[in-house]
Unconditional design. Structure first.
Length: 587
């Protein structure tokens, strides 16, 4: 058993205007929880406070952060680009993982609303990792007190298990209770964005939905463009949200429903373009007018919140849509010109608390009309606070980048528990070989696949490939979404992903690695997402006889035979982007 490190947590602060106390709440099975309290004799404006501690750099291979993507290496203490977390940016958690994917230390904070900075940095003078959490690193309003908890996990378990338990811990706080996840949040999605951008044509969209529905897609997200005839990819006209390009929106939605698809509409929540009527109406009620895209609504004004909520409520009622893609929530933040006072009509001084109020009122208002409504958020606003309002979390935009899509899906999934994790929309060049195109969808399978290509221009074999993997995903959605999920080798971008239920194990092999075969389920599927036609299994005991069926990327059966899986190494031939299905012979 690994030794549990005992350490001192140092408090560093800039002022004596308030007191900071930290005390041990619980300590059990390698997990320590601390209470943090800021207090003063009178109301005070908090200044930056940092909690710091160190651990020996023993068996530490890398550092996991919620949106570090490909950058999970150890950083040195002279690299001062700290991770930021607040209500709509990331999650306040960091994991140090070992060479065997083990959790060395995972630390997290219970406050997912207010801004803080976190890091874990290597100091060469003593070969230790210095961990820290800094509170109130941005200008803050006056407060009476502040409390939070710090959780430090040193258990010897897989790093993904430690992260999943942090997600479970966050759920225990009343102000972080997740919203329910309806079935519609867990279906494959057709998105209009990459193939249409703002150039939307209702006739073409209906044809695309008919094709998408036949392939297994059940929801279309109608992205930017439905609300404007402007095609400059800007936000000058945001804020009014009249269906300028699709004036008969209710009729269009009805026609979408006839294709057996549901529909969600895109809104850029914080932006109010200077060419909109809303800009004139709410002049002076913005967090900033200096944003590079558009002025940003100030949610601390009750009339601003009421206006935004009315947009979504009316869309749900009048057009009978089924959900929303609510974008750019992370642009609600403190800007240099933002005044942090509760005055001049503002009923909140805190921007973060006002965002919490806005989004809470949005989801409650929509649930009162349709409890099954879906709300999609994308990285980085996929933290524990955002689970209160959204039931679909999507990987940040990475068109054509299958590896990044896989990494981002896995990173979100380890923390967000039952909230549905969606891929970024997969897309590709139409001249790519079929097997290479298939890699795009295969890399989405451990999330919910989203597609963004022109299906009417796809070849028959391309449609067969999409149909095969979409139907395979739908058949095994319970295993993909609710199974025991384990990503391997984070510094190598998770070349092996695994999800298991009681009867089925699904393994995605995304690079040239040997699979350690230790499966106990009767059925095992291995998806070959490497540019190699050989999959190698290494076994440390005899597992017995299996019926081995080989498929190509369109679902065509290539081979079938009996296979003995015994102690040693076994090599199986399978096409690129194909699949191995193993079924235990119980005779």
């Amino acid at each position: 058993m690994r030794e549990i490190i005992d350490y001192d947590i140092e408090i560093r602060k800039e002022t004596e205007d308030f007191q900071v106390d930290i005390s041990l709440l619980t300590e059990q099975n390698g997990i320590s929880t601390y209470a943090i309290n800021f207090s003063a004799e009178s109301d005070f404006r908090p200044k930056p406070v940092t909690l710091t501690w160190k651990i020996p750099a023993i068996n530490i291979k890398g550092v996991w952060k919620p949106t570090s993507d490909f950058a999970k290496r150890i950083m040195d203490d002279w690299e001062l680009d700290h991770m930021e977390s607040r209500i709509s940016v990331d999650s306040p958690v960091i994991t140090l993982f070992g060479h065997d994917d083990a959790n060395i230390m995972t630390f997290a904070c219970s406050d997912a609303i207010n801004k803080k900075e976190l890091n874990a940095l290597y100091r060469e003078e003593d070969n230790h990792i210095y961990c820290h959490i800094s509170f109130f690193t941005e200008r803050h309003h006056i407060i009476k007190n502040y409390t939070a908890q710090l959780r430090i996990d040193q258990r010897n378990c897989h790093f993904s298990e430690a992260l999943e338990d942090v997600g479970r811990w966050w759920e225990t706080f009343d102000n972080l209770t997740p919203t329910p996840v309806p079935d519609l949040a867990k279906v494959p999605v057709y998105s209009s964005w990459y193939q249409f951008h703002q150039k939307l044509d209702t006739g073409e969209l209906i044809k695309e939905c008919e094709l998408a529905s036949s392939l297994g897609y059940e929801l279309i997200i109608l992205d930017d463009g439905w609300q404007t005839n402007d095609e400059n990819r800007g936000y000058d006209y945001t804020g009014d949200w009249h269906p300028e390009r699709i004036p008969e929106m209710a009729g269009f939605v009805k026609n979408i429903h006839k294709t057996e698809m549901k529909i969600a509409l895109w809104y850029s929540v914080p932006f109010c373009g200077k060419k909109s009527n809303a800009y004139k109406k709410f002049k002076g009620k913005f967090l900033t007018e200096e944003h590079r895209w558009a002025p940003v609504f100030d949610p601390r004004y009750p009339e601003v919140r009421a206006y935004l909520i009315s947009l979504y409520v009316n869309a749900l009622k009048e057009w009978n849509i089924d959900g929303f893609k609510l974008d750019f929530i992370d642009e609600f933040k403190v800007y240099p010109s933002t005044e942090l006072t509760k005055e001049n009509g503002r009923d909140y001084s805190s921007v973060n608390n006002a965002v919490d109020r806005l989004m809470t009122d949005v989801i409650n208002s929509l649930h009162a009309i349709n409890p099954e409504v879906v709300i999609e958020f994308r990285q980085k606003y996929t933290g524990p606070a955002m689970r209160k309002y959204g039931n679909m979390f999507r990987a940040f935009d990475c068109p054509g980048d299958s590896v990044m899509n896989r990494v981002r899906i896995a990173d979100i999934k380890m923390l967000c528990r039952n909230t549905a994790v969606h891929s970024d929309m997969f897309t590709y060049h139409n001249e790519e070989p079929l097997e290479i195109k298939a890699l795009q969808i295969i890399n989405t399978l451990f999330g919910v696949p989203q597609l963004s290509i022109l299906l009417q221009q796809a070849s028959e074999e391309e449609l067969s490939m999409i149909h095969f993997y979409t139907q395979y995903w739908k058949k095994n959605a319970a295993c993909f979404l609710a199974g025991n999920f384990k990503p391997y080798k984070p510094l190598a971008n998770y070349p092996i992903l695994k999800s298991s239920s009681d009867e089925l194990t699904i393994i995605g092999l995304y690079d040239n690695y040997i699979i350690d075969f230790e499966e106990k389920t009767q059925k095992i599927d291995i998806i070959n997402a490497q540019i190699n036609t050989k999959i190698v299994l290494s076994c440390n005991k005899n597992y017995g006889a299996y019926l081995c069926t080989i498929y190509d990327c369109t679902g065509q059966k290539i081979n079938e035979y009996n296979l003995m899986i015994v102690n040693g190494v076994i090599q199986i031939e399978v096409p690129i982007s194909g699949m191995i299905h193993l079924k235990k012979d119980l005779k």
